[in-house]
Design a protein around this ligand. Sequence first.
Ligand SMILES: Nc1ncnc2c1ncn2[C@@H]1O[C@H](C[S@+](CC[C@H]([NH3+])C(=O)[O-])CC(=O)[O-])[C@@H](O)[C@H]1O
Ligand SMILES: O=C(O)C(=O)Cc1ccccc1
Length: 244
Amino acid sequence: MVKKQDTIYAAPLEQMVDFRFDEKVVDVFPDMIQRSVPGYATLISNIGILAAKYAVDNSHCYDLGCSLGAVTLSMRQRIKKQNCQIIAVDNSPAMIEKAHHILLADKASDIGVQLVCEDIADTVIENASVVVMNFTLQFIPLAQRQTLINQIYKGLKPGGILILSEKLAFADTNINQFHIDAHHDFKRANGYSDMEISQKRTALENVLIPESLEQHQQRLRAAGFGFTEKWYQCFNFVSMVAIK
Ligand SMILES: Nc1ncnc2c1ncn2[C@@H]1O[C@H](C[S@+](CC[C@H]([NH3+])C(=O)[O-])CC(=O)[O-])[C@@H](O)[C@H]1O
Ligand SMILES: O=C(O)C(=O)Cc1ccccc1
């Protein structure tokens, strides 16, 4: 795939509008996410490896907030079980439309993929061995997060895994600032200007609500997960697993 460069915040914007996953973002999304999320490629490939370990025959694997289907493709490539179905969900019609084309071109496996355009709050999770939310929960209103995690817990089979990647906030101001600064250095090193970094930060302010690792762990435990573990961290970007 040819990656079109993300220049959305390169020129000064007269009026800041909240960040949305619209056609403009979809058009540059692979470039945007790779230059903005430290370790994105590592996460995608290791999520495929984790999914292959926990997927079982005759079960569903969910990719919630699938964007262009990177997690789905990685799971599809790695899972070697019989009669597994991947259900990939996103509420951005532009994302789902492009994901559809990308998935059609992928002949890597015979694992079926069902692409669904809906709010993940409405997704019925059932017979699941694997559920992935790779940087999606952070966009869900705080008041809805516990209900969603509870639904995922309920829909998982015993021994099933939730893989949850999130941008974190840290309770300690100095630690929080250290990670934010390091992340901004990462973006600068990937060619984003100070203006791009600052304008996107403002656009995300009311849209991407990060929580602390402790808040995530507490919510996972409250839902019933007995085992939770952080398996990846680079600056303020982490990925956790929770096993039923
Ligand atoms: N309520 C919602 N219901 C469904 N989808 C939603 C909702 N809110 C946001 N989204 C969708 O969640 C995705 C978040 S991006 C995930 C990256 C992907 N997982 C990846 O591994 O490439 C992360 C990021 O861009 O930082 C977007 O496609 C939104 O449309
Ligand atoms: O760019 C950022 O600052 C981020 O936190 C990551 C991100 C990546 C893609 C869309 C929205 C947020």
